[in-house]
Design a protein around this ligand. Structure first.
Ligand code: ADP
Ligand code: ZN
Ligand code: ZN
Length: 689
C-alpha cells in the first residue's frame, strides 16, 4: 500500500496499491504513476487483512527513492496515531508533513541534495573548548534538572511539567537537558510557538551548542532550506532541531528529548487541514519513543495543570526569578474613577501617563500593549448611524490611518477611506475606539515634559513588521535603548528578554473577560502574566518594576489573582468552574464545522449530521448540541456554522467519531443543489469555541 500525493484535494493522501519488482520496506519514499503523471508516495504498512487487490492489474512503482533511508517505525506510528485521533487519512498527514520539495524530486535529485547536506554538515566544527563558562544553576534549576535525569532513568516516556515564573531560567533547564541528550549521542527536539518571535532563543541554543549541528524547521523557511533541515534531521546529522508545530513530525532517528516551550500557547494547534495539537502529539511521541518530554510554561494550560496536580505528569517548579529579582507589582487602575474630559474618557488614565513620564525621565523603558491593531476598529457617522461594516463579513472594517484605508481583517478587503459618509454625505465621520496606531499617536501627544526631549515611541504589530527584517530592526532598537515606550499587540508580550523595561501597561484587556469562549479567561490570564514578565527582567531594576492594568472591573477574581501572581489560585478557580459546567478538562470536545453560501445550507448539513449521529449506538455516550453560527458568522460571503459534540470519556468520543465520520462523507456526497456546503471539517479538542 502506498500513500499517494494525489493532486485533487479530495484524494489527498489516497492509499493505493502498486506492484514492485523487489519488496519495498514500509516508509520508503517512491514515485508512482497516477493518471498520466508521476507523483510522490510513501510505502505504508499493509493494514491487517487488507485485500491486496488480487486479480486487478496493478501499475508498477516508477522508482523507489533509495538514496534515503525509509521513514522509521516510530514516525509511521506517530502518523497513524495522528490520523486516527484527528479523524483524517494517514496519507494526508504523512504527505503534508514531509517537505513539499521532497515530494517533487526523483531519486537522483534527492541523492544530490543528500550529498550537499552531508558535505555541509561534515565541515569542520568550531572548537568546542572555547565555549563560554556555563552559569551556575540556581538551587531550583538544579532540582528540576535532577528530576529530569531521574525520570529519564526511571520512566523515560513520562511527561514533565516545568512550571516556572517568567525569568526563572526555564530556558537554562532546557539547555542542560538538551546537553545531556547530546552527550548521549541523541537528538533533541525543541518546539516553540512562533520562531519568528524568538530569534533570541535560537541564538542562545546556537551559542551554547557551538560545536553541534542545529537546524530549524518552520514555515518561514524557503522550500530549499526546509528540505535541507528536514534531511539533516532524518539522516541523523542534526543534533538539535528547533521548530514550530510542524517540527513535531520531524523524522529523528536518534531522538532523546522533546521540549515544548510555552506549552499553553494556542499556536501549537493547527487551525486548518488536520487540526492537530503539536503539544499533544509531542506527548504521545515521547511515550512512543520512550524519551523524556518537558513542557514549560509560566501559565500552563489547564489540561496540563490538572494532570500535573493529579500526578500524571511530574511537576517541576521554578518559583523565583534568576538573580532574586521580584515580579512586577501589579496595579489595577479603576477606569470608572478616571476623570472624564470633554472628549469622553481618556485612553490612558492620567496616573499612568505620569508613571510613563517618570520612566522616561529615569532613562527606563515602558511597554504598552493593546490587542487591536489599526487606528480604530470602526468608523461611524453620527448623523445617519452609518458604520464601516464589511460588505462580505459580519465584522467592521478597521480604519488604518497610515495609508488612509478601511481594511477588513477577516477577508482582506481594503479600500480608501471615504471622504464623506457613503450614506448621507456627512463630512464628519469619526473613528470609534482605538487600535495600536491611534494609541501610538495619543502617547506621542500625552508624553514628554517641557524640559525633556520628545519621547521616542516605537510600535510593533502585524502592520509595522510586514516588511522582512522590520521586526528584528525594531526589536534591536528596543534592546539598544533607542526607544522609550514600546507600543504593540500581544506580539511584544511573548518571550522577549528585554532588559530595560520597568513598566508594562495593559490598556484595555477587559474585552475578553466576558467572551462566550470558555477559554478566554485562561488566555487573558496567560497573556497578562506573560506581559508582566517583560518588566524587571534585570534584577537590579526589578524592585521598581510595575504592571498597570486599566480596567472597569478591578474586583474581578482574574485580576485579583493577577495582582498576587497566583497562577495556582487562578487555575483552581477556573478548574472548579469548568468542573461545574462539565467543560474540558472534565469533558472532551469535538466540533463539526460547516461552511456554505447560506446559513440554511450550513445548518441543513449539520442537522443531517445530527440525524446520522442519533442512529448510532455510540451516540449514547456523547452529547450532540444544536448547530449555531460561529462567533464571526460570515467571512468573505461564506456562512459558518458549528456543532459541538461532548463526552465525559475521550475513548467514547473517539469511538463515536470513528463511526460517524464515514456517514458524514456520504452525507457530503449526497449534498447538492442551492444549499450545497462548501467545506466541512471535524476539529478534535477544538481550542476556539
Ligand atoms: P525564562 O525562560 O524562565 O523566562 P530565562 O531562561 O530566559 O527565563 O532566564 C532569564 C535570564 O536569566 C536569562 O537572561 C538567562 O540568561 C539568565 N539565567 C538563567 N539561568 C541562570 C543562572 N543559573 N545563572 C545566571 N543567569 C541565569
Ligand atoms: Zn451618514
Ligand atoms: Zn470582510
Amino acid at each position: 500500500m502506498v500513500f499517494v500525493d494525489a493532486p485533487r484535494h479530495a484524494d489527498l493522501g489516497a492509499a493505493l496499491t502498486y506492484a514492485s519488482e523487489s519488496p519495498l520496506a514500509p516508509g520508503t519514499l517512491v514515485r508512482v504513476p497516477l493518471g498520466r503523471r508521476d507523483v510522490a508516495g510513501i510505502v505504508w504498512d499493509e493494514a491487517p487483512g487488507h485485500p491486496s487487490d488480487r486479480g486487478i492489474e496493478l501499475r508498477s512503482v516508477t522508482e523507489a527513492v533509495r538514496s534515503l533511508p525509509p521513514l522509521g517505525d516510530h514516525w509511521r506510528r506517530l502518523i497513524d496515531f495522528a490520523a486516527s485521533y484527528y479523524q483524517r487519512s494517514g496519507g494526508e498527514i504523512a504527505l503534508s508533513v514531509v517537505p513539499p520539495e521532497l515530494r517533487r524530486l526523483d531519486d537522483a535529485q534527492v541523492a544530490a541534495r543528500r550529498a550537499k547536506v552531508e558535505k555541509a554538515f561534515a565541515a569542520p566544527r568550531p572548537p568546542v573548548g572555547a565555549a563560554a563558562a556555563l552559569p551556575e544553576l540556581s538551587p531550583e534549576q538544579s532540582a528540576a534538572l535532577d528530576q529530569i535525569r531521574a525520570q529519564r532513568a526511571r520512566d523515560p516516556g513520562m511527561t514533565l511539567l516545568l512550571h516556572g515564573v517568567t525569568g526563572s531560567g526555564k530556558t537554562e533547564v532546557y539547555l542542560r537537558a538538551a546537553d545531556d541528550a547530546l552527550a548521549q549521542q541523541r537528538q533533541a527536539l525543541v518546539l516553540v510557538p512562533e520562531i519568528n518571535l524568538t530569534p533570541q532563543l535560537e541564538a542562545r541554543f546556537a551559542e551554547r551548542f557551538a560545536g553541534h549541528r542545529i537546524v530549524s524547521l518552520h514555515s518561514g523557511l524557503t522550500p530549499a532550506q526546509r528540505l535541507r533541515s528536514w534531511l539533516a534531521a532524518h539522516l541523523g546529522l542534526a543534533d538539535l532541531v528547533l521548530g514550530t508545530r510542524l517540527a513535531v513530525f520531524a523524522s529523528l532517528p536518534r531522538l532523546g528529548l522533546i521540549v515544548v516551550d510555552e506549552e499553553h500557547d494556542p499556536s501549537y494547534k493547527q487551525q486548518e487541514g488536520a487540526r492537530y495539537s503539536a503539544r499533544d502529539l509531542a506527548i504521545y511521541r515521547g511515550k512512543l519513543e520512550g524519551v523524556p518530554i518537558v513542557l514549560g510554561s509560566a501559565t500552563p494550560s489547564l489540561e496540563t495543570w490538572q494532570r500535573a496536580t493529579q500526578g500524571r505528569y511530574a511537576a517541576l517548579s521554578l518559583s523565583r526569578r534568576i538573580g532574586g529579582g521580584s515580579l512586577p507589582a501589579v496595579r489595577l487602575i479603576d477606569m470608572n474613577r478616571a476623570p472624564q474630559s470633554a472628549g469622553g474618557r481618556p485612553a490612558l488614565a492620567p496616573l499612568l501617563v505620569e508613571a510613563l513620564n517618570q520612566r522616561i525621565a529615569a532613562g527606563e523603558q515602558s511597554l504598552v500593549f493593546l490587542n487591536r491593531r489599526g487606528y480604530a476598529p470602526v468608523l461611524h457617522c453620527a448623523d445617519c448611524g452609518w458604520k464601516s461594516a464589511c460588505p462580505h463579513c459580519s465584522a467592521w472594517r478597521v480604519f488604518h490611518k497610515i495609508d488612509r484605508s478601511l481594511r477588513c481583517h477577516h477577508c482582506g478587503l481594503a479600500e480608501r477611506v471615504p471622504s464623506a459618509c457613503p450614506e448621507c454625505g456627512n463630512l464628519d465621520i469619526a473613528p470609534i475606539g482605538r487600535g495600536t496606531e491611534r494609541l501610538e499617536e495619543q502617547l506621542a501627544e500625552l508624553l514628554g515634559r517641557p524640559e525633556q526631549r520628545p519621547a521616542r515611541i516605537a510600535r510593533i504589530d502585524a502592520d509595522s513588521t510586514r516588511r522582512k527584517g522590520a521586526l528584528e530592526a525594531q526589536l534591536g532598537a528596543v534592546h539598544a535603548g533607542d526607544v522609550d515606550v514600546l507600543v504593540g499587540t500581544q506580539m511584544i508580550t511573548k518571550g522577549h528578554d528585554f532588559r530595560r523595561i520597568t513598566l508594562v501597561a495593559a490598556v484595555n484587556p477587559d474585552t475578553s473577560l466576558f467572551s462566550s469562549d470558555f477559554r478566554a479567561p485562561e488566555r487573558l490570564f496567560a497573556l497578562l502574566m506573560q506581559a508582566a514578565g517583560r518588566a524587571g527582567r534585570d534584577a537590579s531594576q526589578s524592585g521598581r518594576s510595575e504592571m498597570w492594568v486599566q480596567t472597569w472591573h478591578p474586583a474581578h477574581p482574574l485580576y485579583q489573582a493577577l495582582t498576587r501572581h497566583d497562577f495556582a489560585a487562578f487555575a483552581a478557580s477556573q478548574l472548579a468552574e469548568r468542573e461545574a459546567a462539565g467543560l474540558p478538562p472534565f469533558s472532551h470536545l469535538a466540533m463539526l464545522r460547516a461552511e456554505a453560501r447560506t446559513q440554511e445550507g450550513a445548518r441543513a448539513f449539520l442537522d443531517g449530521a445530527a440525524q446520522c449521529a442519533a442512529e448510532l449506538p455510540e451516540a449514547a455516550a456523547v452529547t450532540v448540541y444544536p448547530a449555531v453560527p460561529t462567533s464571526i458568522a460570515r467571512v468573505a460571503d461564506v456562512e459558518r456554522m458549528q456543532m459541538l459534540i461532548e463526552s465525559p470519556s475521550r475513548a467514547a468520543l473517539q469511538r463515536f467519531l470513528a463511526r460517524w465520520l464515514p456517514d458524514l462523507h456520504i452525507l457530503r456526497r449526497a449534498n447538492s443543489g442551492e444549499a450545497r456546503i462548501l467545506r466541512w471539517a471535524v476539529d478534535v479538542d477544538p481550542l476556539a469555541i
